[in-house]
Design a protein around this ligand. Structure first.
Ligand code: FAD
Length: 427
């Protein structure tokens, strides 16, 4: 049963009106955490809650993923990836000029010294993920019904391909993340339906998965409403200032929704509003694809990460989800579902009993910063403005932690970690 708002209300928060823009996994977690501090919270979204990137992601609570997307040597791999139009990375060439500043920062983030630092800063968030999620999911009554904590298994076709990940494994271990090497036989024993093509694997001990990412958002959203939270359908385009401070959100229908404090949590669409609030930010999107097929014969008991081909397979409530990939193409181009089909074909190679009948394809916009770190930040310009976006491949994983940290920042309490690495003006 949902509990009433927390015992630890912040005295000066009581009754203050906080508006959270965006009802994805980040927005609902932030809203719940602010309620706990005693804020009177309204979520605004231009559509239904949970229908953005948070709807159809791979469902991994990927607490071991502290290695950033830009790694030493990434640049060398790019030409090979791009040769395959349906490979793990593709670019909509018309969008490339717009994305160039992001790409240059992405490459700058791939130097060894930056990677070492970024991994430690990501691990500081990831190592808290379960501690922050556990009370939230218990309060929302979700617990074991939708969260599974049984680890994930990465698989490799050859020992040579495993060795390519040695540096990433080392980074993880040095940042306190538990991983365990698996032999060919152990891989077979753990997932007997996989094709016998893997020479070894890695058990990522503390991973979890959710049975349906959309249900998580909706479960948290329901808890928020049960605790007196409000929701309005509204597309925010700008802000109204009074005495130099943003005081209301302006919407496409001409309404002005007033607030004492505001949080921008619009995922991949946060850039425009951040700029309006005086904080230009190099946010872009890495589009990702997947196919979800109902259960037929193929069985998996945990998430499987196919490291050589950069895709994952997740057993979910409604079936097996196969997906991944990165497409750089901005927010407006139509999806190219051939990418979902190509990933599914690779899935069938790996899990031969997979059956595509009744499958559904999906594309989502990961909100990505060039250095793979989210923005969890107070505005440098306005005391009453906060930002929570840019979680890239890890928004589901970092949802509760982001909520907790934003609520600490807003209420002026000491945060459990140093927030400097995630500030909006770090570029
Ligand atoms: C294929 C794929 C697989 C993934 N797998 C995983 C995984 O296994 N584990 C993991 O941790 N993460 C994963 N992710 C990443 C994760 O899905 C995202 O990081 C996360 O969903 C981002 O959440 P969000 O709340 O920031 O954004 P969203 O869920 O996109 O929500 C943003 C919301 O803001 C609203 N909005 C936008 N602009 C406005 C506006 N102007 N006014 C009002 N409302 C607005 C939108 O309507 C939307 O509801 C994956 C992503 C993809 C695409």
């Amino acid at each position: 049963m949902p509990q009433s708002p927390s015992k630890s209300k912040t005295p000066n928060a009581s009754g203050q009106k906080a508006v959270v823009i965006g009802a994805g996994i980040i927005g609902v977690n932030v809203a719940l955490a602010l309620q706990d501090k005693g804020y009177d919270v309204t979520i605004l979204d231009r559509g239904e809650p949970g229908m953005g990137a948070s709807f159809g992601n791979a469902g991994g609570i990927a607490v071991t993923e502290c290695a950033p997307i830009a790694m030493p040597g990434t640049l060398m791999n790019v030409p090979g990836w791009l040769m395959d139009p349906l490979g793990p990375l593709s670019v909509r060439w018309g969008y490339l000029p717009k994305m160039l500043p992001w790409l240059l920062r992405f490459l700058a983030a791939s130097s060894k010294s930056r990677v070492e630092q970024i991994a430690t800063e990501l691990a500081a968030l990831l190592n808290r993920a379960w501690d922050d999620y556990d009370p939230v999911i218990a309060k929302a009554g979700l617990a074991d019904a939708v969260f599974k904590k049984e680890g994930a298994m990465a698989v490799y076709r050859s020992d040579a391909s495993r060795r390519k990940d040695d540096y990433a494994s080392d980074l993880r271990r040095r940042n306190g993340i538990k991983i365990r090497d698996l032999t060919r036989a152990e891989v077979r024993d753990l997932e007997p339906d996989l094709a016998p093509i893997f020479s070894c694997g890695v058990m990522e001990e503390d991973w979890g998965r959710v049975l349906d990412p959309y249900k998580i958002v909706m479960g948290l959203y329901k808890c928020f409403l049960d605790q007196g939270g409000k929701f309005e359908t509204a597309e925010v385009t700008d802000f109204v200032y009074r005495d130099g401070k943003p005081r209301a959100a302006m919407t496409t229908s001409g309404d002005q929704i007033t607030f004492d404090t505001v949080v921008v949590a619009c995922g991949a669409w946060s850039k425009t509003l951040a700029k309006r609030l005086g904080s230009p930010v190099p946010l872009d999107t890495e589009r990702g694809y997947n196919t979800t097929v109902p259960y037929h014969d193929a069985k998996l008991s945990r998430m499987v990460i196919c490291a050589d081909d950069s895709f994952v397979m997740t057993p979910m409530e409604m079936g097996i989800r196969v997906g991944g990939a990165v497409e750089l193409g901005g927010l407006t181009a139509a999806p190219n579902y051939d990418r979902a089909k190509a990933l599914f074909a690779k899935g069938k190679e790996v899990l031969p009993k997979l059956n595509g009948d009744g499958g559904t394809e999906w594309m989502g916009f990961r909100p990505s910063m060039p250095d793979s770190k989210p923005v969890i930040s107070k505005s440098p310009n306005h005391q009453n403005v906060f930002f929570a976006f840019g979680h890239g491949h890890l928004g589901l994983t970092m949802g509760a932690t982001t909520g907790r940290l934003i609520s600490d920042l807003m209420s002026g309490e000491e945060t459990p970690i140093n927030m400097t690495p995630y500030r909006i003006n770090r570029f």
